[in-house]
Design a protein around this ligand. Sequence first.
Ligand code: OGA
Ligand code: NI
Length: 357
Amino acid sequence: MGCPSNWLEPIVRVQTLSDTGSPTIPNQYIKPLSEQPSFSIQSDSLKIPIIDLYELINGDTTTQKAIMDQISIACREWGFFQLVNHGIGHELVDEALEVWRGFFHQSMEVKQDYANTPITYEGYGSRLGFQKGAILDWSDYFFLHYLPSTLKNHNKWPSQPPLLRGVTEEYLQEIVRLGKILLKVFSLNLGLQEDHLRGAFGGDDIGACLRVCFYPKCPQPDLTLGLSSHSDPGGMTFLLSDEHVSGLQVRKADEWITVKPVRHAIIVNIGDQIQVLTNGIYKSVEHRVVVNPHKERLSLAYFFNPKSDVLIKPATELVTSTKPTLYEPMTFDEYRRFIRTKGPQGKSQVESLKSPR
Ligand code: OGA
Ligand code: NI
């Protein structure tokens, strides 16, 4: 199906539903039983790894090696880790959350000026995927482009609160810096040239966008999800989340592990494109968001992506006779079309790239 120029059903803001104070949620948000949070095993005891970036850059050689190894294990076994001492000022981190909280707390009239469409998804949105009658997630969001700079347009970013554009710009610049460091670390850890992944991503023309997710309070959190299970389609994701309200859950075998965000930490996860580039050595892991009856939650998800038109395929160095190529080449542009049509669907998309044999 081609992409429609507008949504096929009237858009309902989840924040508006939440604000009515109704004790029940509309049927369109009720997940099938097997996806409801209470159906699955949820664990608070396991923890995703915590990585200290300061030690990676400033530690002695032995410490640096140890941190590189921690990152390697995190990428292979977890697909997720929290980055602490990442060098982004704590004030900036706090401000980034604060300005976006300010955006969502403005009147609906102001926010509607930024209402998005399924063509580019830029702006204020309430659904992912445009198929009619789909079961929806309990969240609203704001989506914006950052790189390539030809796609960046500050006029499409909210003009209020007044600090929003400046703070967001500054925060994103810092995340770009972190992204470059991690691509180098991953390349070295995989035994590749240090600029290998950067090159495979399209060199200086990488893509980057931000989705600010807003999860309003929900009167029946056991029946729905703030964000359905999915793996991130892009290269890697840097998530900054409200440290007071947990909600993000990461799948480990058959359990859902609740992430407890460390204050000011950035949560990093591997996306589908890195899974493909590494021929499955690094895992893009399924995750989802559960919602809360008493507290709203805000997160900033920064997606660091390959250039949209380069072919993404396993690095030749990682393809051997015992480990043949697992995935068919595809550009990120083609790949992204799937999630934008159907919405989050677990890991079914990256699985569908598996080479026939
Ligand atoms: C995402 C995502 C998690 C969160 O936006 O892809 O997984 O905690 N967000 O908001
Ligand atoms: Ni995600």
